[in-house]
Ligand binder design. Structure first.
Ligand SMILES: *Cc1c(COP(=O)(O)O)cnc(C)c1O
Length: 455
């Protein structure tokens, strides 16, 4: 080993952060508000009330810098939080780099990803306001599992629309959701008008995240005791995820280092925002100066090739309009294995900080990501979920650049989930069957034509 720094940098339960951090309080300009889909006026709390409980609507709109984490949430967080920060000694040795690589490991949660950091408070606040059932969509199955776990903690019902292609390909995710008591439907489904229409056109419809969102939203608004839960994109989701970055700041302080570069994978932006925003606060305050970079798949390059426009969050056009980097709400990405990164939009907060030049973005093709993940797994042991293979590939690029420059740079990333239920993607990679997709500019231009022209 190059040095005697510990491999796992741990916090005790007493050191667990007790507040979430709201980056809006420290930004030079506030992000543009969501708009009502019909009137195109800023959406008020009443417009969101059929979907979310008031406590979450307040968190969605607040400018307060810190929000106390309720005791009833902290208790459940203790099942896996604080999560470990690893120093990747063995990966560094494999890469023969002078860089110090750190990864915050969120795969220790019951669902195997960072998503329970928000599913637990979302279930908590809904339960506190008398909501008995939550509906949601899931693509790769991570969010559906996380919500099924959280609703079970508070004795609530949970109904999940799983994108048909993933419903067929990932039966074990469905079983996991059912173990925690959720009911799971393939989307498009016969249960909504939108789903029935799509199935009439194509009984084998593969579905998409945008379609599944439309179905889960339609079912929630039809029942006064049911609300909807979203696993990424929205401000309150990114808020809850900041426990990742707050813990990482404390952990890095324990070993006396500050990051030179921070990389995170971005699907809807929640694990990235959760890791990056507390560090962005420190950067804006002049306490450190890391480069902060989003990493997205080359097949769904929302930030690097999308436009910063108001667009719908779902395919049917039922959600409020969000100002975000988008490839168009009708855009259906190629079937890359990182299902959690196949979303046409990007969180308004991540889009805003990117547009303000506070963070950077790159895209990486999936074969490079899986090659990096194999190196990582052989060195560090953990098999990453397909989504954070993008973060790992970017960290490896950084480590190689540090080697070329002969500099001891500190690299921080989030390993936001393990890949134990995604082994089919590795099987495909190891068999040489994985390919990269070209995304022609015309395909993006065609999808953008359906985006409303508002600004
Ligand atoms: C859902 C998911 C993602 C993508 O969502 P973000 O909001 O961008 O974090 C990435 N990785 C894992 C493991 C996921 O489950």
């Amino acid at each position: 080993m190059a040095d005697d720094m510990p491999t796992k940098i741990l916090l005790s339960e007493d050191e667990q952060p007790t507040q979430w951090y709201n980056v809006i309080a420290d930004l030079p300009t506030p992000p543009p508000p969501p708009l009502h889909p019909g009137t195109h006026e800023p959406a008020g709390p009443d417009d969101l009330a059929p979907l979310f409980p008031m406590a979450l609507i307040e968190q969605e709109m607040t400018a307060d810098r810190y929000i106390d984490i309720p005791g009833g949430v902290l208790d459940v967080y203790k099942l896996w939080r604080p999560s470990p920060l690893f120093r990747a000694h063995r990966l560094e040795a494999l890469l023969d780099t002078p860089a110090k690589i750190f990864y915050k490991y969120e795969g220790v949660s019951p669902a195997g990803s960072h998503k329970p950091n928000t599913s637990v408070p979302q279930a908590f606040y809904n339960n506190a306001e008398g909501v008995t059932k939550l509906t949601t969509e899931t693509g790769a199955g991570q969010w559906g599992s996380a919500l099924a776990f959280a609703t079970a903690q508070y004795g609530m019902e949970c109904e999940v629309w799983q994108v048909a292609a993933s419903y067929r390909a990932k039966p074990h995710r469905k079983t996991m959701m059912e173990i925690w008591g959720a009911s799971v439907h393939s989307s498009p489904s016969e249960l909504t008008e939108f789903g029935r229409g799509l199935l009439a056109e194509n009984p084998d419809h593969p579905g998409s995240l945008g379609i599944a969102i439309s179905e889960a939203v339609a079912m929630a608004v039809a029942d006064p005791e049911t609300r909807y839960a979203l696993g990424s994109v929205l401000n309150h989701v990114l808020l809850h995820q900041t426990v990742i970055g707050e813990e990482a700041l404390l952990q890095l302080a324990k070993v006396g280092v500050t990051p030179d570069v921070l990389v995170g994978c971005t699907g809807g932006g929640s694990n990235f925002g959760g890791l990056a925003f507390p560090f962005l606060r420190e950067k804006l305050a002049g306490n450190m100066n890391p480069t902060i970079r989003c990493v997205e798949p080359a097949a769904c390059p929302t930030l690097t090739k999308g436009e910063y426009r108001y667009d719908f969050g779902d395919t049917a056009g039922m959600t409020p309009l969000l100002k975000m980097h988008t490839l168009g709400h009708g855009f259906i990405p190629e079937p890359i294995h990182a299902g959690g990164l196949r979303y046409h939009g990007m969180s308004p907060l991540v889009s805003h900080v990117y547009n303000e030049g506070l963070v950077e973005a790159i895209s990486i093709p999936q074969t490079e990501c899986f090659a990096g993940a194999i190196q990582f797994a052989r060195a560090e042991g953990i098999v990453p979920a397909p989504e954070p293979t993008h973060a790992i590939a970017a960290a490896i690029r950084e480590a190689q650049a540090a080697k070329e420059a002969g500099e001891e740079r500190v690299i921080l990333t989030a390993l936001c989930g393990h890949g134990h239920l995604d082994l089919a993607s590795y099987e495909n990679y190891l068999a040489g069957g994985l390919k990269d997709y070209d995304l022609p500019d015309e395909a993006i231009a065609a999808a953008m034509e359906a985006v409303p022209v508002l600004d």
